[in-house]
Design a protein around this ligand. Structure first.
Ligand code: FES
Length: 162
């Protein structure tokens, strides 16, 4: 067992974990925070996305011991206009991927605002400098939605990015 100290949504947590326990399993099974979802458990779907020190990660691939001392933000700790935008634009259907979509979108917007380039050319951006639909789709390409609510998700992100 290894002692891991984290701040989760602002609260200090000290947990003894085996070295192979993921951040996802620590959150869900040790801390009872089931807002973060397990989809593929192998880094392919993005359902498990959380923010670690402000950057988005697939928590199923992240070993908890590697995040000792980190600040983790999960959907339980998010209160952001983006959530209302998801509702306004029907950015979900079954909702299973939504916690990961929201956390990923918050990370994506932080990347965009910091000037981090995307694979889609900045020349596609509208005149107001907000991210284009293509850029949002590219930056969110790690988050899958089996219901196909992508148009609403993109619209919600675009709404708050402006
Ligand atoms: Fe982590 Fe799918 S559950 S990427």
């Amino acid at each position: 067992m290894v002692e891991v100290q984290l701040k989760v949504n602002g609260a200090a947590e000290t947990v003894d974990v085996e070295p192979w326990v993921s951040v996802l399993d620590l959150l869900r099974e040790r801390l009872g925070m089931t807002g973060t979802k397990k989809g593929c458990d192998q880094g392919a779907c993005g359902a498990c996305t959380v923010l670690a020190d402000g950057r988005r990660i697939n928590s199923c691939l992240a070993l908890a011991v590697s995040y000792d001392g980190s600040e983790i933000t999960t959907i339980e700790g998010v209160a952001n206009p983006l959530q209302e935008a998801f509702i306004r634009h029907d950015g979900f259907q079954c909702g299973y991927c939504t916690p990961g979509q929201i956390c990923s979108a918050l990370g994506m917007l932080a990347e965009y605002r910091s000037g981090m380039p995307s694979a889609v050319t900045d020349g596609d951006r509208p005149a107001d400098g907000s991210p284009s639909e293509a850029e949002i789709r590219e930056r969110m390409s790690g988050n899958l939605c089996r219901c196909g609510a992508y148009n609403g998700i993109v619209a919600a992100i675009h709404d708050v990015a402006e």
